[in-house]
Design a protein around this ligand. Structure first.
Ligand SMILES: [Zn+2]
Length: 138
């Protein structure tokens, strides 16, 4: 039964959570200690969204390394229009007597690896994406 999040000890920017705060406002609040020594109460959502990362002191000097939270950045670049009739890079349509199939390929080190032939475009795209992740990690 660990439903409540305990942020005690966690760090959010210049703030270290020192304990839960009581508040009449809706939502969960935490008491945080700032690097400058101030203690403030911050709404949990604001901590998590990194909306509040300091007590409000001149934050610029200390936050050198931190990149601003990249929000709303599209994870996957939109699929480039590929000239293979599927609109998906690495996936091509194959017309067989038995019906339409989709072939997935990926280039690794200049070589094309065949990932398989699938009944649906979705499966082929999935296979291609999985392969991309697999090879990118190495
Ligand atoms: Zn401060």
């Amino acid at each position: 039964m660990k439903k409540r999040i305990d942020l005690t000890g966690r760090q959010f920017g210049d703030l270290t959570v020192i304990g839960k705060a009581e508040s009449k406002e809706k939502g969960r609040f935490w008491t945080c200690e700032c690097v400058c020594g101030n203690t403030i109460v911050v709404k949990q959502a604001d901590l998590k969204n990194q909306k509040v990362t300091s007590c409000g002191h001149e934050a610029t000097a200390i936050t050198e390394k931190k990149e601003p939270a990249k929000k709303m950045q599209v994870k996957k670049a939109p699929a480039k229009k590929a000239a293979n009739g599927t609109g998906h890079v690495g996936v091509s349509k194959v017309e067989l007597k038995s019906g339409t199939r989709y072939k997935a390929n990926i280039s690794v080190d200049g070589k094309t690896k065949h990932l398989g032939t699938f009944d649906t475009l979705e499966e082929a795209v999935d296979a291609r994406q999985e392969a991309e992740e697999m090879y990118r990690k190495k």
